[in-house]
Write a protein that binds this ligand. Structure first.
Ligand code: SAH
Length: 325
């Protein structure tokens, strides 16, 4: 049969190296499927030199449309949107964190991933679209509390949940009024969590965030003077005094007081140099155990730092009490 003039090459089904084996984003994007779930994406689809469908990844609007399509297609999210200029979370890497965390929980549970709303997770700095809670709930049915300092991000995440009432039953977003606090003020004294997660603000000052952004624009060969990020991000979303290391240090120090009420704490670490120092802070604060899991995506490697104040026996009791009833 003669090939139609505009027939597209067959989608490449070779997995992208590095991503977690359960990550549904480890293959090249299947634009035909995405366009079925999100026809609006068509406005941004272009062909690369091989004649394959793609988008212009240096265009914030195109990246946002792709995110919306991925969320609609893989996670049944309706009407996803974020306020102008806010961080647009790249979905594949966010999904990797959730699947890696599921492995950690399974390791405490005879290799079986605990599923359902009885598994309670706390996402520190959930952002304007509660991305980890959405993926965690859709993949494993877990329930979530997401905390967030930025009021606009809180409003945006809450509006998204109002449009997706099934998610709203299992995800709650709470406003953290104090940037310097992690659990204090947003977690009640009697609350218990199976796991906490966090993608911390990375830069240590607004200036550092801005100059990193300018460097990225130069690499993407955007006209100079244009300072939009393709993945967006308000400056204050991206920085914290002392950066990633100080933020995670804060989580560790505050986690001690919650040590009996949470099985595993975790944080994403982008800068490998921070790891040894943070492991030292963990020891100083008397954790029972900690581990580091590596996640790779293309050229980028990040690590999950995971810790618990419960010893092996207490962890086994926890699992029996909470997941095996
Ligand atoms: N989880 C989202 C956003 C990560 S950016 C994602 O992965 O895309 C870090 C987030 O932490 C920002 O939204 C920032 O506003 C928020 N944040 C900063 N300090 C915080 C604090 N003390 N408590 C809760 N959120 C905080």
């Amino acid at each position: 049969m003669k090939k139609a003039a505009n027939a597209l090459p067959k989608p490449d089904l070779t997995p992208k190296p590095g991503l977690h084996p359960r990550n549904p984003h480890r293959f090249r994007y299947d634009f035909a499927a995405l366009l079925k779930s999100a026809p609006e994406l068509n406005n941004y689809v272009i062909l690369n030199p091989k004649g394959e469908q793609t988008i212009n990844f240096s265009s914030a609007k195109a990246v946002k449309a792709l995110n919306s399509a991925l969320l609609a297609h893989f996670y049944r999210v309706k009407d996803w949107d974020i306020p102008e200029g806010y961080l647009c979370p790249p979905i594949p890497g966010r999904a990797d964190y959730i699947h890696t965390l599921a492995d950690v929980l399974a390791e405490t549970h005879n290799g079986i991933i605990p599923k359902g709303a009885r598994v309670k997770a706390l996402d520190i700095g959930t952002g304007s679209s509660a991305i980890y809670p959405i993926i965690g709930n859709r993949e494993y049915g877990w329930s979530f509390v997401g905390t967030e300092f930025d009021v606009n991000a809180v409003a945006s995440a809450q509006a998204l949940l109002e449009h997706n009432t099934d998610l709203a039953k299992r995800i709650e977003v709470r406003h953290q009024r104090f940037k310097e606090s992690i659990f204090r003020g947003v977690v009640q004294d009697n609350e218990v969590y199976d796991v906490t997660l966090c993608n911390p603000p990375f830069y240590s000052s607004a200036k550092e965030a801005q100059s990193a952004n300018q460097r990225k624009n130069r690499n993407l060969k955007r006209p100079t003077g244009k300072s939009k990020r393709n993945f967006g991000g308000q400056d204050h979303e991206l920085w914290f005094p002392g950066g990633e290391r100080a933020f995670v240090e804060k989580i560790i120090v505050e986690s001690k007081a919650m040590g009996e009420r949470c099985l595993w704490f975790s944080a994403l670490i982008s800068n490998q140099d921070h790891l040894t120092k943070l492991e030292h802070v963990l020891e100083e604060n008397g954790v029972a155990t900690h581990q580091v899991k590596t996640m790779a995506q293309g050229q980028k490697t990040s690590r999950l730092l995971i810790w618990s104040f419960l010893d092996e026996t207490a962890r086994q009791q926890w699992v029996k009490r909470r997941w095996e009833v």
